[in-house]
Design a protein around this ligand. Structure first.
Ligand SMILES: [Zn+2]
Length: 270
């Protein structure tokens, strides 16, 4: 059984053929998918999407949060909407944490102060509710580590990890697992491949970040859209880089994910 720990199934790219995308994932053996919400406008739809497709993907789960790339359009009252939605979702076994939240210093024209305002407020909410977080970390590793250290949080996942070995160790020390996916399928991704080889297996989780980060074999294809059904093929590349069996990676990912996202772990244990 494979887990895709980061997949935007609610993205507009999947609107026309979501049923097929979900079926493809099921056929490929992806039994668990984490769908992180990105803006308050989508919270209800994300929850409904998960419950509409959990018959095919039994461990389909979601998190709620405001993504850094959406902070320019977010309103302060969206934070109240988030807290209310989180409180209402605590009875839902398919709700597993806060996210996707973070800081993005790669995309130009995003106000860093505005990003920090929403990120800090959402970390405070995660601390208050004792919930893990799904982090978007882009050229912002040290700022995010600083914000995490100022609080007492249960941990979570730093998705699409692309930092240094030292930064990886600091995330791990704060109770985080690191998400790896399509970026590692490119032979030139030397740093990510080195991390995959050298980090302890208990720090690694698998993800597609669909519809983004297309794996290398889609590079020159007409259809460059990534999808959760590609997770096993991506994971095979990760296992090969590490020199382990795919099954051993799959088992480790379930164990690692259950540790940092205990609500998902409870569902997976059923
Ligand atoms: Zn994402």
């Amino acid at each position: 059984m494979w887990l895709d720990t980061h997949c935007h199934l609610d993205a507009p790219e999947f609107l026309a053929d979501l049923g097929q995308i979900v079926e493809n994932a099921q056929v490929a053996g992806v039994q668990g998918i984490l769908l992180p919400a990105v803006r308050a406008h989508d919270f209800v739809a994300v929850r409904e999407l998960v419950h509409a497709h959990k018959d095919r993907i039994p461990y389909l789960v979601y998190t709620l949060g405001i993504h850094p790339l959406y902070t320019d359009r977010a309103k302060e009252e969206d934070l109240e909407t988030l807290e209310q939605a989180v409180t209402e979702s605590l009875n839902d076994p398919h709700f597993v944490g806060i996210g996707e939240i973070g800081l993005d210093y790669f995309v130009a024209d995003l106000d860093p102060h505005r990003q920090a305002f929403f990120f800090d407020a959402q970390l405070d909410l995660a601390q208050k509710k004792n919930l893990p977080v799904i982090l978007h970390v882009r050229r912002s590793q040290d700022m995010i580590l600083k914000a995490l250290r100022q609080r007492s949080l249960p941990g979570g996942i730093a998705h699409a990890f692309n930092g240094s070995f030292q930064q990886a160790e600091q995330f791990m020390a704060l109770g985080f697992k690191l998400g790896f996916g399509g970026a590692a399928t490119y032979e030139r991704a030397l740093q990510i491949r080195r991390l995959l080889k050298e980090l302890p297996l208990e720090s690694i989780v698998t993800e597609t970040d669909s519809p983004d980060i297309p794996p290398a074999w889609l590079k020159d294809k007409h259809e460059r859209r990534n999808q959760p059904a590609y997770l096993p093929r991506i994971a095979k590349v990760l296992a090969d880089i590490r020199g382990i069996q795919e099954q051993d990676l799959a088992q480790a990912v379930i164990k690692n994910t259950s540790k940092v996202l205990p609500r998902w772990g409870q569902l997976l244990a059923k």
